[in-house]
Design a protein around this ligand. Structure first.
Ligand code: TXA
Ligand code: MG
Length: 329
């Protein structure tokens, strides 16, 4: 198995190597402020097919196209609506993805067969340098194998996809830790298709209003249909203040228990992660899920956060993971 170059602390040479690799129709994993992406030239259908093959991703789940600057939307978007311009001025670069009508030359494999395209301008110095140097739109899903937690470090990418990529650029841990907010920006009001750290409060969308479920036609975010990450242990969500107590009960019932909470783990319980607030949990969530698997716990108790602000995205991801989790034998 060939081992791809892992570019650490990327300098100009590392970025140039990664950009040349993308321009050559090959695959590069790179950091963003949310999670690591698995990139390919978005306009090269063969290169994009490689992403689907390596991830084991269903072909009708479209990819996000990454650009260095919002002024480049016209490369892939047919019509930049006034709403999209307004959101871009306010939030980009940043963790907000806009769904708009695609230009016809964008390969259908990139858009999962849709006539719309999702565009995003990441706010991460390595991603920006890479996109500028590549000077092409870069399609990039999260750089995990389908069904695994999104990667927030280069090591997570290596763990899932090592040996299958052409270059992995290591830019350290991702500062946000949950994927971008996805918004349908074709109309006059934003429709939230996936929760992220640009929140409903920021967007002025009330909870329940403009959800993916009621999105028009093909706008509904296909990715949210799939069962996401299914941990190999049971996941128990605990109301704040009760996590340690629940963990102790499970421990006393003979289970090997992991804890992710704002308090320290009682004796005999694996402290998988400790957080102060919702943003702190967001940042550690995916690495904690991977760590719980590595520690082979039977059950991971996770303290819930208030589902407002980035806490809504965290609870969304946690509930999806809990739905897929194995029942406790
Ligand atoms: O933060 C992020 O968005 C990361 C980094 C790497 O940029 N990317 C990411 O990509 O999370 P991925 O492929 O794991 O998730 C993309 C989501 C999926 O739910 C997909 O269905 C949705 O965006 N999406 C992409 N294109 C769409 C479109 N044209 N219409 C509706 N939803 C779309
Ligand atoms: Mg993903």
């Amino acid at each position: 198995m060939s081992i791809e170059p892992l570019v650490r602390d990327p300098d100009e040479h590392g970025i140039a190597l990664a950009a040349a690799t993308l321009r050559d129709g090959r695959l590069v994993a790179f950091p963003t402020e949310t999670v690591y992406g698995l990139g390919a030239d978005a306009l090269d259908a063969t290169a994009v097919a490689g992403i689907f093959a390596i991830k084991g991703r269903p072909p009708d789940n479209p990819l996000i196209v990454h650009l260095a600057d919002a002024s480049e939307f016209g490369l892939v978007v047919a019509q930049v609506t006034p709403l999209a311009r307004q959101l871009a001025d306010r939030y980009l670069p940043g963790p907000l993805t806009l769904v708009l009508d695609a230009r016809p030359h964008v390969p259908r494999i990139t858009t999962g067969g849709l006539t719309t395209v999702a565009v995003r301008v990441p706010d991460h110095p390595v991603a920006t340098a890479l996109l500028e140097r590549t000077a092409r739109p870069v399609a990039a899903p999260s750089a995990n194998r389908s069904g695994r937690p999104s990667p927030t470090t280069a090591q997570h990418v290596v763990d899932d996809l090592g040996g299958l990529l052409d270059v992995i650029v290591d830019g350290g841990a991702c500062p946000i830790g949950v994927e971008s907010t996805v918004v349908d920006a074709r109309g006059s009001r934003p429709i939230v298709l996936r929760e992220g750290s640009v929140t409903r409060e920021h967007l002025g969308v009330a909870a329940g209003e403009g959800t993916g479920a009621e999105a028009r036609g093909s706008a509904a975010s296909p990715g949210t249909r799939y069962a996401h990450y299914a941990p190999s242990c049971r996941l128990a969500l605990a109301v704040a203040g009760t996590a340690a107590e629940q963990a102790v009960q499970l421990r006393d019932a003979g289970h090997r228990v992991g804890l992710v909470s704002s308090v320290s783990a009682p004796p005999g319980i694996v402290e998988v992660a400790r957080f102060d607030d919702a943003a702190g949990l967001a940042k550690q969530l995916y690495s904690a899920l991977r760590a719980a698997e590595a520690a082979a716990v039977d059950v991971l108790v996770v303290e819930e956060v208030v589902p407002a602000g980035v806490g809504r995205a965290v609870m969304d991801r946690l509930r999806r993971a809990a739905d897929g989790a194995v029942p406790l034998a």
